[in-house]
Write a protein that binds this ligand. Structure first.
Ligand SMILES: Nc1ncnc2c1ncn2[C@@H]1O[C@H](COP(=O)(O)OP(=O)(O)OP(=O)(O)O)[C@@H](O)[C@H]1O
Ligand SMILES: [Mg+2]
Length: 396
């Protein structure tokens, strides 16, 4: 493998992204049957996975990627989907497109080869729904037997933006229309979506549900978690980073193993630690130094490992149970071995009350939110050692 520079959080070139073969194979297999939600924490490598899928589509599939970071309204979403899909329509050689006719009827003009209703022009009510539906119908009608997957990155951020800019109703409607397109027997044929989100899609959906909206479909899409890298890939990445950053290691294999290990095999952390080591005099990467570097990073005020959101989001995710959740996490972080339900219940009795049903619910959610993991014998521990160390250091 080529040496790699440490680039924590940067957009990588495809050949800088390592591993993920098994996960991507699983994604393609699932896509044969249904659409997918790719759910994971910030910085776990979701966008990189989409990049790999787009760069090496499975034969028979057309992949179209769409980042939703800048989408703040349903109109912007429909425009973006149309602009992304339209250039592909030419391949299938058909002259009449409903979406095109619709935009022309509204005075749309060509901008960079794509029809667009001028900014500021009044758009009829329901513009985005009509444009989205026509675009997908055009796509499905002209693509024939070819299969198409739309990779929507940052869906949960878009939903949050929609809630902020408009309201819950609008966000829910967007989810509804997307899931309707997916389920529709006409448009659903050979048309799939991958949705990713770092702001806990289940919590956004839960928030919409609490606001009185029934979630019809997106939460029923197959959810595929993003795991840490396989052991061999994690060590390979660590080795390539040691080479790329010219780190000094008396025993490179041991240093690479230590680097992969302290970063829980999550590539963002591996890049971050490697970059920190590269910035130290002597660039030493012996295992003890690697471990010390993690301690320094955990104490760093800039939150270079980007762990703070694990604490700040508790207010949002658990508005009624904040104290209990913090008490559980404090306790599991302090323990040297995984804890059983009884031990946790005894210690946080005052925080959640004696009902263990409530405690079980919270523990289940904390597992789903990737704070904790539950061992086979029903004992709880932090899922990531790095997060445990950080939590233990009691940052505030
Ligand atoms: N497979 C990989 N190989 C090497 N480095 C990776 C890999 N996946 C992620 N990284 C590292 O982690 C960083 C974050 O990855 P990526 O942007 O794909 O994550 P994300 O889950 O999309 O993050 P966000 O939640 O911020 O959108 C990258 O900049 C890179 O440093
Ligand atoms: Mg991303």
């Amino acid at each position: 493998m080529p040496p790699r520079r440490a680039k924590p959080g940067a957009l990588l070139d495809v050949d800088e992204i390592c591993g993920r073969d098994k996960l991507i194979e699983e994604m393609w297999e699932t896509l044969e049957q249904q659409s997918v939600r790719l759910e994971a924490e910030k910085r776990t490598g979701k966008s990189s996975i989409l990049q790999l899928m787009a760069a090496n589509p499975k034969p028979g599939w057309l992949v179209v990627s769409l980042g939703l970071l800048d989408v703040h309204s349903p109109d912007e979403l429909a425009d973006a989907v149309y602009a992304k899909l339209y250039p592909h329509f030419g391949r299938w050689g058909r002259a009449k497109f409903k979406a095109r006719e619709f935009l022309t009827s509204l005075g749309g003009t060509e901008v960079g080869g794509v029809l667009k209703v001028p900014d500021g022009a009044t758009r009829p009510k329901g513009y985005w729904k009509t444009l989205l539906k026509h675009t997908i119908q055009d796509l499905v009608e002209c693509k024939g037997e070819e299969k198409v997957v739309l990779l929507f990155d940052e869906v949960s951020l878009m939903l949050q933006n929609l809630i902020l800019r408009s309201d819950e109703n609008t966000a829910m409607e967007v989810l509804d229309v997307l899931s309707h397109l997916r389920k529709d027997p006409q448009t659903g044929r050979g048309f799939r979506m991958v949705l990713t989100g770092s702001i806990g899609l289940p919590h956004v959906i839960a928030r919409l549900k609490t606001a009185g909206f029934a979630d019809q479909g997106v939460s029923a899409m197959e959810s595929i978690p993003v795991p840490a890298l396989d052991a061999a890939d994690a060590v390979q990445l660590a080795t390539d980073l040691i080479d790329g950053e010219a780190l000094v290691a008396a025993d490179k294999a041991k240093s690479a193993a230590a680097l992969a290990d302290v970063s829980d095999r999550i590539p963002f952390y591996t890049h971050r630690v490697a970059k920190w080591l590269a910035g130290r005099p002597g660039k030493n990467a012996d295992p003890a130094v690697v471990d010390r570097a993690v301690g320094e990073l955990l104490a760093d005020e800039q939150d270079l490992l980007e762990l703070r959101h694990f604490r700040s989001r508790i207010d949002n995710y658990y508005p009624d149970d904040k104290a209990a959740v913090v008490a559980i996490l404090d306790m599991v972080a302090r323990a040297d071995t995984p804890l059983g339900l009884d031990e946790i219940a005894a210690a946080i009795n005052t925080a959640v009350g004696p009902e263990s049903g409530k405690l079980k619910d919270l523990l289940r959610l904390l597992v789903l939110d990737h704070y904790l993991a539950r061992d086979g014998d029903s004992r709880y521990r932090f899922r990531y050692s790095l997060l445990k160390r950080w939590w233990r250091s009691d940052p505030l």
